[in-house]
Design a protein around this ligand. Structure first.
Ligand SMILES: Cc1cc2nc3c(=O)[nH]c(=O)nc-3n(C[C@H](O)[C@H](O)[C@H](O)COP(=O)(O)OP(=O)(O)OC[C@H]3O[C@@H](n4cnc5c(N)ncnc54)[C@H](O)[C@@H]3O)c2cc1C
Length: 454
């Protein structure tokens, strides 16, 4: 049994050592808080899924100038890259380079922290809150007593597609982030990519770089494709927090877009997006998700211009085709997949025969079916529940996780994309670095002393 004060000497256990977990650890260590960072994939330590890619064609979708790991040191990444000229700051660097940066930043922080930090290579599978100190169990049988647990689990793999799940492994790639997803392409002639967002763009580029010379059909409900960043840096005139809501707000943004261009109009919302989301009722948020989300996504999460150019060239050459429709069936026939889909706005079905199908339908957010032992353990114990829109975990504004009855728990916290139900924008680096910076200050009680001018 651990007494209250002794519990304070225990580390905060951070489950998941991708961008969110790593940056939370680094910020806590800055305040002298003990940390145990637990990552199941040693190759992904500090990098996570997004920046653990080994493929150089996968570029950041944010300019180098906005990719510092620290909100209080905007030039940190630029200095690490040795970038000083404006055109360098405007570059979209390979994600694997950014992963090396994150690993460097972590190694430096660990070096300074000494015995305050431990990195554990293992999978956390359950947490026991019965004793005074939470006890974390790892898959290999190790246990860790801690002060509190921070879940930084990242994005879960794509939603299983009911039509595709019965296909044999040889014809179906359910996880596009798997490093092996673009292996074994010899002899393939036509692939189908289901979903048309940034992950689909990654897959299309990687297929090309891996030597695939056939056709690619990208199928999504609306057939929308991510738009491109402007070739030169953004010009944003800051606006004050818009007080309009719902459709009046959409009208205001449209009008502004006519004056300053759609990119600047969307970018001007960035500092306010979390407040705007929180001010809307659950019903209004649901209406946004139903009607506007796909359009928001393509305008807000943009492609690096060079990536957009490559995709456009593939489209022009006839090798890449975006189709708006809904998958109806997929059947394995003589080593290929016979796919039928219903075209958007039309009655009839269309059919194609492909050699492989990729599921890029976006991360699964349904906790009940996520294949992650820790999620299932916490659900079974009634310690977590879905947020109102089933986008991830139900948390309060500080990231404290709500249990099945809605009570906020001080010793269970979550960060990163799994908290997007609370603030919507908790997915990209600029948002997460601010989230973990604030959370670390709160967990270290640093919001009361030093820096607040009390
Ligand atoms: C393909 C892709 C590209 C992206 N590109 C950009 C970009 O260019 N710019 C940008 O700003 N944002 C980008 N993003 C957004 C991205 O979500 C965030 O930037 C950020 O990487 C999320 O970090 P995370 O740590 O929350 O999740 P992840 O990076 O997914 O890390 C979670 C980690 O937790 C580990 N883990 C999970 N469960 C356990 C467990 N039980 N025990 C131990 N370890 C566990 C996983 O192995 C993983 O390493 C991209 C996202 C994706 C998916």
């Amino acid at each position: 049994m651990t007494s209250g004060n002794a519990a304070h000497d225990l580390p905060i256990a951070i489950v998941g050592g991708g961008f969110s977990g790593t940056l939370l650890a680094i910020n806590l260590l800055r305040y002298g808080v003990k940390v145990a960072l637990i990552e199941k994939s040693s190759a992904q330590l500090a990098k996570g899924v997004a920046f653990g890619t080994r493929r150089p064609e996968h570029l950041l979708n944010v300019r180098a100038s906005n990719m510092s790991a620290f909100p209080d040191d905007a030039g940190h990444f630029l200095r690490w890259m040795n970038f000083s000229a404006t055109d360098e700051a405007n570059r979209f660097v390979p994600r694997l380079t950014y992963g090396v940066y994150l690993r460097d930043v972590l190694v430096e922080a660990l070096g300074k922290a000494g015995s305050n930090a431990q990195v554990i290579n293992g999978e956390a599978v359950s947490v026991d809150f019965a004793g005074e100190a939470p006890r974390l169990h790892l898959a290999d049988g190790e246990v860790l007593d801690c002060r509190s647990v921070a879940l930084a689990l990242g994005n879960f793999p794509p939603v299983p597609h009911p039509v595709l799940e019965a296909l044999p492994d040889s014809l179906y790639r359910p996880d596009p982030w798997d490093a092996k997803a673009v292996e074994g392409l010899a002899g393939l002639d036509h692939v189908l990519v289901v979903g048309s967002g940034l992950t689909a763009a990654d897959v299309v580029l990687s297929l090309g770089s891996a030597g695939f010379a056939g056709k690619m059909t990208v199928l999504s409900r609306r057939g929308l494709k991510p738009l491109s960043h402007a070739p030169s840096g953004p010009v944003v005139t800051p606006i004050s927090d818009p007080d309009k809501r719902g459709s009046a707000l959409v009208r205001e943004v449209r009008e502004r877009a006519r004056d300053v261009g759609w990119r600047a109009a969307v970018d001007a919302l960035r500092p306010h997006t979390q407040n705007i989301w929180r001010r809307h009722s659950v019903e209004a948020q649901a209406s946004f998700l139903r009607h506007l989300r796909p359009y928001w996504d393509i305008h807000r999460h943009r492609l690096a211009p060079s990536v957009a150019e490559r995709l456009e060239a593939l489209e022009t050459s006839g090798r890449l085709r975006y189709v708006a429709g809904r998958l109806s069936s997929a059947e394995a026939v003589a080593g290929r997949v016979l796919v039928s889909y219903r075209l958007r706005g039309e009655d009839g079905a269309a059919m194609i025969e492909v050699d492989r199908v990729y599921n890029c339908a976006g991360p699964d957010c349904d906790l009940s079916r996520v294949d992650a032992p820790i999620v299932q353990d916490l659900l079974a114990q009634g310690l977590i529940r879905s947020d109102a829109h089933a986008l991830g975990l139900d948390v309060d504004h500080l990231g404290r996780v709500r249990d099945a009855g809605g009570a906020v728990q001080d010793r269970l916290i979550a960060v990163g994309p799994i908290t997007k139900g609370e603030a919507w924008e908790t997915v990209a680096v600029p948002d997460i670095r601010r989230q973990v910076w604030g959370l670390a200050r709160f967990l270290a009680d640093a919001h009361w002393v030093g820096g607040e001018g009390l």
